[in-house]
Structure formats: structure tokens, C-alpha cells
Design a protein around this ligand. Structure first.
Ligand code: CTP
Length: 400
């Protein structure tokens, strides 16, 4: 009974994944939680309120102004009641409304009024999830503290496959347990000192120009959030990004590869684990011009020298630290990643390919393969970067 006495409000919006929610509620109740259910009108088309009342053993709330009943400030009472709100499934429409502050039904009003943390399990057609406005809304909700779980990849009810399935109830239950500190895995990284690098680096050419790459920092920031949630002490060294560092990390912003190297190197001796998710430069200008280089009729030739290879350099000083690298390859993927693993003396390399749809650079999702020297490659399906981060850190916890 790991959730004894916890109050969980489960919100359902209109999607076929509603059929999975009774299983989640049954498991929450088995673990001792008290559950109340709020449904949107669309959700009632997919599963009946009677089913939800039966599994939750509580009345279901649907309407803001139910015809003949006194409700008073029902929305505020329901908003104040829970320790945690879980919205599953969450549609694109729901995310859009909440991201815009629209409260036009009972569930969105409760979400806006609740002081409690909110976990969201999106479920929709892959194109709807990929739509730029859905992505913007999900990113914004993530920034203001909503925890996203999924969507997962797989077959959809609409006969398409891709990223859009609601995660399985068992996975959602694990996340809820982690949230309440009721999961043994949660403390798997307690007191472990982990440094994560993220984002691109900028190599200056002159005072106004630089060479950089398309890394967004999303993977590294997701790793930092997940590591904090698992109890680690986390330093996040990041190149320029538009992301907000998760609460609780030591945040060290840098610009150049040399600065990133110095920040990591200083902390390296005390670390248990270094995860290099950043995309530092491989080359940097031989010299930086003091003033802006004027344009001329002739082209410009830049002399580049190799930038410091942070992982390789630190691996030579390794004293028991676990080293995790990322490899971005476009051909001979596994062979090249294995070569990097060996050459850089790493414990684990996470291979991703920018050629995969929806993967790697600037994408909210990632499809990775884990490579270790003594094992077969472990290919994971396409997942949201948050889910890749959580699973990768579970792996790291096992290796530490
Ligand atoms: N890396 C690093 N320092 C650099 C460049 C890369 O520490 N100057 C790290 C990255 O953070 C990543 C790993 O090395 O974890 C592999 O990066 P990748 O760019 O795929 O490989 P490279 O070693 O740079 O080799 P190449 O670009 O030739 O594939």
C-alpha cells in the first residue's frame, strides 16, 4: 500500500485511450490511494461515468453547472482536494486550452484553480501530436511545471502508427509512485553526483559571428529533470538554449567548447557520473578577429583547428566515474558508435540518428540505441525525450 491516504484526482478527456483508465484507477486504489474522477463531455462518449464511478467508488463530476443540483463552488473544492492531478488521456484540445488559460468546462477550470501538481498523459493521432501548436502548448506546459508522461509510440486506433499512444497504466502508476516518493527506484540516485551537459556550443569568429550547430538542449535538460526526480545531485552545464533549467540543479551556462570543458573538468574528480548530451564543437576558428570582419568581393576562408574533445580528455583522467556519451551518426551507425565507445573509453554510448523521423536535433522525441562494450545493442522505440531520459537514468542507476 505505497499510496496509502494519497488523494488523486483523475481527469479524462475525449480519446479512445479512456478505456485504459479504469486499470490505472484500480491500481491506484489497490495501493491505498483515494481517487476522484472528473470527465469532459467528450470523455463520456468513450467510457461511461457509471464505469468510472464504479471503479473509483466515488461520484464522477462532469458538468460545471449540472441542471438541478446545488454545486456551489464545486470546481474550487475539487481543485483543493487532491494531492495530485493526473489527466489521462489528455487530448490536443485540452493541452491547447490549458496552455491558453481557457477554462470552459469543469476539468479545465479545476486545472486552472488547483495548487496541486499535475501529471499529463497525452494521447492523440501522431500528426496531431506533431502539429506545431500542440508542440508549443506541450513545451509551454512543461516549462510551467506540468509533468508529461508519453506519448508512446505504437499502433493507433486510427490505423496509423507513430508517437501518440497513451502510455500504459502500469507506467503511469510508476511515475505517480515516483512523484509521491513511494517508489524504490526513486531513490536509486540519491546522493549520486551527476553532471549533464546540454545544448550547442558557439565558437566565435569575430565579435558578432560564431559557428554552432542545431542542438536544442532538450535531451540534456530532460535528463537533468529526471536525475533530480531520482534523487541525484545534478549539475547542468549548458550551451545557449531557450530552455528553463529544472528546479534544484546547479546550472552553469557556457558558450564555447573550451568554457564547457573547463566547467566540466573542474567538477569531474568529484562526480559519480558524467553524461555528455551536449553537442560541443569539433572545430573552432584558429583565431578570433578583434573587430567585425568586413564583407568584400572575395569570399572568406576560415582556418579551423580541432576543439578540445571533452569526453576523450576526461576519460584519460577517469577514476571510477561512469562516462556516458551520445553519438550522432548518419551512416554505419552501430559500428561507428562502438568505435567511439572504445576510443573514448566510455561505459555507455547512446546512439541517435538525425536521419530518423522525429528524432535527435530539436525534436521533442528521440529513438535511441544503447551500446555497451560487453552487450548486444539495445534498440529502444521512439519515445518522448522525457521518457528516454527516465529510462536512461534507470539504466545508469543500475550501472553505478
Ligand atoms: N563530445 C565532446 N567534445 C567534443 C565533441 C563531442 O565531449 N568536442 C562528446 C559529445 O558530447 C558526445 C560524444 O562526444 O557525447 C560524441 O559526439 P559526436 O559528435 O557524435 O562524435 P565525435 O567524437 O565528435 O566524432 P564525429 O563528429 O567525427 O562523429
Amino acid at each position: 500500500m505505497l499510496l496509502q491516504g494519497r488523494k488523486v484526482l483523475v481527469g479524462l478527456t475525449g480519446g479512445i485511450a479512456c478505456y485504459k483508465v479504469p486499470y490505472l484507477i484500480r491500481d491506484l486504489i489497490r495501493e491505498g490511494a483515494e481517487v476522484r474522477v472528473v470527465m469532459t463531455a467528450a470523455a463520456t462518449k468513450f467510457i461511461t461515468p457509471l464505469t468510472m464511478e464504479t471503479v473509483s467508488a466515488n461520484p464522477v463530476a462532469i458538468e460545471m453547472f449540472p441542471g438541478d443540483r446545488f454545486v456551489g463552488t464545486q470546481h474550487i473544492d475539487l481543485a483543493k482536494w487532491p494531492d495530485l492531478v493526473v489527466v489521462a488521456p489528455a487530448t490536443a484540445n485540452f493541452l491547447g486550452k490549458v496552455a491558453s488559460g481557457i477554462c470552459d468546462d469543469l476539468l479545465t477550470t479545476i486545472i486552472c484553480a488547483t495548487p496541486s501538481p499535475v501529471i499529463v498523459a497525452p494521447a492523440m493521432n501522431p500528426q496531431m501530436w506533431k502539429h506545431p501548436s500542440t508542440q508549443r502548448n506541450a513545451a509551454y506546459l512543461g516549462e510551467i511545471g506540468y509533468q508529461f508522461v508519453g506519448p508512446a509510440e505504437g499502433e493507433m486506433a486510427c490505423n496509423e502508427s507513430g508517437l501518440g499512444r497513451m502510455v500504459e497504466p502500469s507506467e503511469l502508476l510508476e511515475v505517480i509512485k515516483v512523484h509521491f516518493g513511494a517508489n524504490r527506484k526513486k531513490k536509486a540516485l540519491t546522493d549520486r553526483r551527476i553532471l549533464i551537459t546540454a545544448g550547442p556550443c558557439r565558437e566565435p569568429i569575430d565579435p558578432v559571428r560564431y559557428i554552432s550547430n542545431r542542438s536544442s538542449g532538450k535531451m540534456g535538460f530532460a535528463l537533468a529533470s529526471a536525475a533530480i526526480a531520482m534523487g541525484a545531485k545534478v549539475a547542468l552545464v549548458s550551451g545557449p538554449t531557450s530552455l528553463t533549467p529544472p528546479q534544484g540543479v546547479e546550472y552553469i551556462p557556457v558558450e564555447t567548447t573550451e568554457q564547457m570543458y573547463k566547467a566540466v573538468s573542474k567538477r569531474f574528480p568529484r562526480l559519480h557520473c558524467l553524461i555528455m548530451a551536449a553537442a560541443p564543437a569539433d572545430f573552432t576558428p584558429q583565431a578570433v578577429a578583434d573587430s567585425k570582419i568586413k564583407k568584400g568581393k572575395a569570399g572568406l576562408k576560415l582556418d579551423l583547428k580541432p576543439a578540445v574533445d571533452i569526453l576523450r580528455t576526461l576519460a584519460e583522467r577517469k577514476k571510477g566515474q561512469l562516462l556516458v556519451g551520445f553519438a550522432l551518426e548518419t551512416d554505419n551507425l552501430v559500428a561507428n558508435a562502438r568505435k567511439k565507445l572504445k576510443e573514448k573509453n566510455l561505459d555507455l554510448i547512446v546512439l541517435n540518428s538525425p536521419l530518423d523521423d522525429n528524432s535527435a536535433f530539436d525534436s521533442p522525441s528521440n529513438k535511441v540505441t544503447l551500446i555497451r562494450s560487453d552487450r548486444k545493442p539495445e534498440a529502444w522505440p521512439l519515445m518522448a525525450k522525457e521518457d528516454v531520459a527516465r529510462k536512461l537514468l534507470e539504466k545508469v542507476a543500475g550501472m553505478l
